[in-house]
Write a protein that binds this ligand. Structure first.
Ligand code: ADP
Ligand code: NI
Length: 217
């Protein structure tokens, strides 16, 4: 199959696999990351084929595996790409991006080794901040039965991926534990510029949230 047919097949495969997800990894999350990744790839002159496949497949295991097994994603992507007879160099690169992609806590470095990886990571992170990020955080919090906010439970800056994964804090804590930290971790110039605007929007939102909490606005 040619490159465009494999990209088209990936769209169909992910639309099927993500049906019914309410944890923040539904098809429209993938769609937004894919669109943004194409935009960043054009600006950064990254390989569009690898970027599109990695963006489309980046959450491929999140619908089936919830046990923190970080190899599930790259393995599922590899199996699917092999079934499409994608070339081995592309498979290797896409799987390596998926393996390095996710946020693992405030104190855990998650640098990307290739330009294509940096593009997809920035696109995924942009969807975790701004108006979209606020919506996804509260949707995830509800799905995971978390409080909106608990003034008695301060945020933590997790030093390990495991501590981050095990935390049970309120959704507002997640802004301090991840979302507000992302703007300084962007890895492309375009991603960084877009993150500034989305960051400012979240800060305005949090100011309003706390003022309303105390009946001040
Ligand atoms: P990613 O798509 O970057 O891998 P995750 O799987 O970590 O993201 O999370 C999916 C969405 O849910 C993201 O928008 C993320 O910020 C949000 N989320 C993850 N953990 C929490 C949490 N503890 N509280 C609120 N939102 C969360
Ligand atoms: Ni994602």
């Amino acid at each position: 199959m040619n490159q465009q047919s494999i990209v088209d097949a990936a769209v169909g495969h992910i639309q099927d696999a993500s049906k019914g997800d309410s944890s923040g990894h539904d098809w429209w999350h993938i769609y937004r990351v894919w669109r943004m990744a194409i935009r960043l790839a054009a600006a950064e002159q990254a390989d569009l084929y690898v970027v599109q496949l990695a963006a489309l497949l980046h959450d491929i295991a999140d619908w089936k595996f919830h046990d923190g097994d970080l190899t599930a994603g790259p393995r599922a992507a590899e199996a699917w790409l092999k079934s499409q007879q994608a070339d081995p160099v592309t498979i290797e690169h896409v799987c390596q991006i998926i393996a390095q992609l996710s946020y693992k806590g405030a104190g855990v470095a998650t640098d990307m080794s290739t330009l294509e990886g940096r593009v997809v990571q920035d696109a995924d992170r942009l969807d975790a901040i701004g108006a979209m990020g606020i919506a996804r955080a509260f949707a995830y919090g509800g799905h995971d039965r978390r409080l909106l906010y608990d003034p008695d439970d301060p945020p933590e800056l997790h030093a390990s991926a495991q501590a981050y994964r095990n935390s049970r804090g309120a959704t507002i804590n997640h802004f301090h534990e991840k979302l507000l930290l992302l703007k300084d971790r962007m890895q492309t110039a375009t991603g960084r510029a877009l993150a500034q605007q989305r960051h400012a929007y979240m800060e305005g939102y949090l100011g309003q949230f706390h003022a309303e909490w105390e009946g001040e606005r």
